[in-house]
Design a protein around this ligand. Structure first.
Ligand SMILES: [Zn+2]
Ligand SMILES: [Zn+2]
Length: 333
C-alpha cells in the first residue's frame, strides 16, 4: 500500500523505518559461501543475475556489442596513436553520459517513479546544494569527477590492455578452446571484482587515504547515478586495478570489456538510489544496491558487496536492521 507521499508501506517496511524502502531484512548475502552448502539457494542466487534480464546480462550484451562493432582494428592498436585512443575515449565518454543521464532524468529530474522503491526518504535535489561539493553542487561535482577522472582512467586501463593484446602480450582465450570455462569466467569475474573491491575499499578507509582520496566519493550520502563513478583519481587508479586479473588469467577481450563495464557503468545503476525500475507496480529490473547504500549512510560497514561475505567474516556486515546500526557505530573505522 502506498502512503500519501508515494512511499511504500509494506509489512517489510516496519523492520527499519529510517528508510523509505528497503529489501527484506535482515539482508541476505550470497548463498554460495554458506556452510553446509545449499544447492537450491546457490542456483537461485546465480539465476537472479544471469537467467533474467539484469544488470549482468546488460553489461554482457554491451561487452559483446563493443567487441563486435565498436573496437578499432586490432592491427591499428599495435602502435599507440591518438586516433584509436581517442575513439575508445569518446566511446566510453558517450556511454557514461548516456547511462547516467537517462537514469538521472528519469528518477531525479522528472521523478517518474516518485518514492516508489526509493531507499532514502529525501530526494537527491534536497541534498544537492551543499558547500562540501565541488562547485557547491552535487550533480556538477559528480559529473566532474566521473568525466574528468573516471572516464580518463578507465580509458587508460583499456588502452593499455588493448595495446598489449594487439602485440600478443596478453594471455588469451577463445570460445573454441574451452566453451564451458569461457562462460564460467563471466560468472567468476564479478566474484573476483568483489574480492578486490573489499580489500582496496578497506585500504582507502585508512584515515590518511580516506582524507586524501576516498572522501570525494563519500560526499554523497544520498546518492544518484552520477555518484557511482564520482571518485578522486587516486581512488580510480586503485579501483580499476581490478583488471590486473587479465594479466594472470587467460581471457577473451569480451571478458575484459565486461569487467570494465562492471566497474564503470554498473556503479551508476547501483548508486541510482532505487531498488529497481518499476513497471505496472512491480520491480521489473533490479538497479540499486542496498548493501552499498548502507555504506553511504553508516560508512564503517559493508566495504565489499553481497556477492562475497567478507564483511560477515570480518565483523563489518550491516544487515540493514536498527540493531546492526548500533553495533556498527561502535567500530573504530
Ligand atoms: Zn559508493
Ligand atoms: Zn567507502
Amino acid at each position: 500500500m502506498d502512503n500519501i507521499d508515494g512511499s511504500q508501506s509494506t509489512q517489510n517496511q516496519q523492520a527499519n523505518p529510517s528508510w523509505n524502502y528497503h529489501p527484506e531484512l535482515p539482508m541476505k548475502v550470497s548463498a554460495v559461501f554458506s556452510w553446509p552448502p545449499k544447492p537450491v539457494k546457490i542456483i537461485a542466487w546465480f539465476a537472479k543475475s544471469w537467467l533474467v534480464p539484469s544488470e549482468r546480462t546488460l553489461w554482457l550484451a554491451f561487452a559483446f556489442a563493443t567487441w563486435i562493432w565498436l573496437m578499432p582494428p586490432v592491427e591499428q592498436m599495435k602502435t599507440l596513436t591518438w586516433s584509436w585512443v581517442l575513439f575508445i575515449y569518446l566511446r566510453n565518454l558517450i556511454s557514461a553520459i548516456v547511462v547516467a543521464t537517462v537514469m538521472h532524468l528519469y528518477f531525479h529530474t522528472f521523478k517518474r517513479q516518485g518514492l516508489r522503491l526509493r531507499y532514502e526518504k529525501r530526494h537527491l535535489t534536497e541534498h544537492g546544494k551543499n558547500r562540501r561539493f565541488t562547485f557547491n553542487n552535487q550533480l556538477l561535482d559528480n559529473m566532474f569527477w566521473t568525466l574528468a577522472s573516471g572516464v580518463t582512467i578507465w580509458t587508460a586501463f583499456e588502452v593499455l590492455y588493448f595495446l598489449a593484446f594487439a602485440n600478443g602480450f596478453m594471455p588469451t582465450l577463445e570460445w573454441s578452446q574451452n566453451p564451458v570455462w569461457f562462460l564460467a569466467l563471466f560468472v567468476l569475474i564479478p566474484l573476483w571484482s568483489s574480492v578486490h573491491f573489499y580489500w582496496v575499499h578497506r585500504m582507502i578507509h585508512w584515515p590518511p587515504l580516506y582524507n586524501m582520496a576516498h572522501s570525494v566519493h563519500h560526499r554523497n550520502i544520498i546518492t544518484g547515478p552520477w555518484s557511482g563513478l564520482s571518485m578522486h583519481p587516486i581512488e580510480h587508479l586503485i579501483y580499476f586495478s581490478s583488471i590486473i586479473l587479465h594479466v594472470f588469467v587467460d581471457t577473451h577481450p569480451a571478458h575484459m570489456l565486461f569487467h570494465l563495464y562492471l566497474l564503470s557503468l554498473n556503479p551508476m545503476a547501483e548508486h541510482s538510489g532505487y531498488e529497481g525500475l518499476e513497471v505496472k507496480e512491480r520491480n521489473r529490473f533490479d538497479l540499486g544496491n542496498f548493501f552499498h547504500q548502507l555504506h553511504h549512510r553508516h560508512f564503517k560497514c559493508n566495504y565489499g558487496s553481497a556477492e562475497m561475505p567478507w564483511d560477515k567474516w570480518f565483523g563489518s556486515f550491516h544487515d540493514g536492521t536498527p540493531e546492526a546500526s548500533k553495533r556498527i557505530q561502535k567500530r573504530p573505522w
